[in-house]
Design a protein around this ligand. Structure first.
Ligand SMILES: CC(=O)[C@@H](O)[C@H](O)COP(=O)(O)O
Length: 255
């Protein structure tokens, strides 16, 4: 079970809803992924304009927990305003805090992320900040009371996979709230590695929506996240420098 604040999920895959070739493929990919949590940018929702297209309209959203995100915010103030808008429109009290500090790399602004998270926690939100892989920042966010920490594997949409496994493993080791690896996942093996490292979940979008066959990739991601988690729970063998026979013959009468 993945527990985030008062919420409980059996799937450990959090899926983004943008950039699918069309709404039918989006719907099928979401269903096949087994996800229970859908994230989307509040700014792209046309919340108060019913006549405008809404990219969740083809999904049976009652079946999912919605995780609105503050994508597009460059300051804490903008992120807080966006989160309040999402809550006021009855979407969910859970919020992915995303405050981007650099438009080229889409890396998060750590100071503004911290400020926005603090403010939203005071307002009673369930807060999941998207952060860099900075270990101390992750700890500060946990100390504030954030309900999960979501460090990036690599830049959003880059598909580069996990570029700093050491820092991510320190974050997993040094925090006790769920750590969800968010952004940059490119392949099912990236997602499996994140889970084998002990992450509580993976949030991804582009790897599925941009795949040649998004539905097949959604299934692959589901299976790899499940496999990675099982592998983590099973406990890997230690790495050794030299070989050890898989079928030892010591003590046996054959030579
Ligand atoms: C949808 C969302 O929240 C993205 O900002 C997220 O970080 C996923 O990134 P990828 O598209 O790289 O998976």
């Amino acid at each position: 079970m993945l527990r985030i604040g008062d919420y409980e999920f059996s799937s450990r895959l959090l899926l983004g809803t943008g950039k699918y070739p069309d709404f039918d493929i989006q719907k099928e990919a979401v269903a096949v992924s087994g996800t229970e949590i859908l994230t989307f940018s509040v700014r792209r929702m046309n919340i108060f304009e019913a006549s405008q297209p809404n990219f969740l309209e083809n999904l049976d959203i009652a079946k999912y927990t919605l995780l609105p995100n503050t994508a597009g915010a460059k300051t804490a103030e903008e992120a807080v305003r966006t989160a309040k808008l999402a809550k006021a429109s009855g979407l969910c009290d859970m919020i992915k805090v995303e405050v981007i500090g650099c438009q080229k790399t889409l890396l998060p602004d750590p100071i503004e992320t911290l400020k926005a998270s603090e403010e939203l926690l005071k307002e009673g939100f369930t807060v999941l900040p998207y952060t860099s892989d900075d270990v101390l920042l992750a700890r500060r966010l946990e100390e504030l009371g954030c309900h999960a920490i979501m460090p990036g594997a690599s830049p959003i949409g880059s598909g580069q996979g996990i570029i700093n496994p050491l820092n991510l493993s320190f974050i997993i080791e040094q925090t006790s709230v769920p750590v969800i690896i968010d952004a940059g996942i490119g392949t099912p093996s990236d997602a499996a590695i994140a889970m084998e490292m002990g992450a509580s979940g993976v949030l991804l979008n582009t790897a599925v929506s941009g795949a040649k066959d998004p539905v097949k990739m959604a299934k692959a991601m589901r299976l790899s996240i499940e496999a990675g988690r099982l592998g983590f729970e099973a406990g890997r063998i230690p790495k050794k420098r030299y070989a050890t026979a898989s079928s030892p013959v010591e003590g046996m009468s054959i030579s």
